[in-house]
Ligand binder design. Structure first.
Ligand code: PHE
Length: 337
């Protein structure tokens, strides 16, 4: 009996030694330690032994079994490591695949980020508002009553009776002021929608950045100083700005703001149509009616607001002459920025 045990052990050790794959090892395990394996046979035939020899042989058999199981396990692990590399035939010394074309941010996103960066530097906080709005936020609270002709200016896509796609980011003024108390310095960008026929300078969807500040004793000069600093940081340190009187229902007084032409530095060229100036935004002092709508005391609080089209800024900055290029996903265009 003892001899038989010794032989089984030697055979098993040899077979484990020469096994080359996980499957071969598993076969060895089943052959010796499986339910119908050689160890089971051996233990069964122990009943033929004299009773007092049984415990010693049994213990010895179990010891050998345990040792073999440990060896199989260890070999399986080392095969696992080598095995997978061999099977997939990976040459770990081969040089990697060079990434030659990394993606990058869309030019519109780049401009939005730059605008945010400039205003964050002035203490503004970035906020967001919904693109799907109702008439109250897009018009009424902004002092654009029903039947008011200026509703035509902000011509609007309606989804249902009172649900629409916002036609301006000025909606965010109302949404933020309703929730928060002054003082406020907020910048907010996003998509706006207008049912314009698409051409080189119009799109039914484009992006705006809205900015506003509310505090005590805010003056028109604060607006001027802020926007002139913005223009210099955005377009270069010699950029000048000018204000032309204008009308917006939600600001009073209101202005359109131009920057000196960034192509010709104001001398006059095709881009500025020989005027030397480029219109970039609308602005003004927040109308007391807007403060009333959000429950701020207009005797106590003052503020300014401005809004600009991002595509226009991007077109000027990069010398792009067709707004449609931003939305066609033509990589030959996008890769240039
Ligand atoms: N909302 C205006 C527009 O879309 C821009 C604007 C914003 C003007 C804030 C004044 C103040 O044309």
């Amino acid at each position: 009996m003892e001899k038989r045990l010794k032989r089984i052990e030697e055979d098993a050790l040899n077979e484990i030694e020469s096994a080359r794959t996980g499957e071969e090892l598993e076969a060895v395990r089943i052959k010796y330690m499986g339910r119908k394996g050689l160890f089971t046979d051996l233990l069964k035939s122990m009943k033929d032994l004299p009773e007092k020899e049984r415990p010693a042989i049994g213990a010895k058999a179990n010891e050998i079994k345990g040792k073999l199981a440990g060896l199989i396990e260890a070999k399986l692990k080392s095969l696992g490591k080598k095995g997978s590399a061999q099977e997939a035939s990976i040459d770990v010394t081969m040089p990697g695949v060079e990434i030659t074309r990394l993606g990058h941010k869309h030019p519109i996103t780049q401009v939005i980020n730059r605008v945010n960066e400039i205003f964050i530097g002035l203490g503004f906080k970035v906020k967001e508002g919904p693109e799907i709005e109702n008439e109250y936020y897009n018009f009424e609270a902004l002092n654009i009553p029903l039947e008011h002709p200026s509703r035509d200016v902000f011509d609007t896509f309606y989804i249902q009776d009172d649900i629409l796609l916002r036609s301006q980011t000025s909606t965010v003024q109302i949404r933020v002021m309703e929730k928060e108390k002054p003082p406020l310095q907020v910048i907010s960008s996003g998509r706006v929608y207008r049912p314009d026929a698409v051409d080189a300078s119009h799109s039914f969807m484009f992006h705006q950045v809205e900015g506003f500040m509310v505090d005590k004793n805010i003056k028109f000069s604060d607006l001027k100083g802020t926007l002139s600093l913005f223009a210099r940081q955005m377009f270069g340190k010699d950029t000048k700005i000018r204000f032309r009187p204008h009308f917006f229902p939600f600001t009073e007084p209101s202005a359109e703001v131009d920057v000196s032409c960034i192509m010709c530095a104001g001398k006059g060229c095709r881009v500025c149509r020989y005027k030397g100036w480029l219109e970039i935004l609308g602005a003004g002092m927040i109308n007391p009616k807007v403060f009333e709508a959000v429950g701020y005391n207009p005797e106590k609080w003052t503020g300014y607001a401005f809004g600009m089209g991002i595509e226009r800024i991007a077109m000027l900055k990069y010398g792009i002459n067709d707004i449609r290029l931003f939305f066609e996903n033509d990589l030959r265009f996008l890769r240039q920025f």
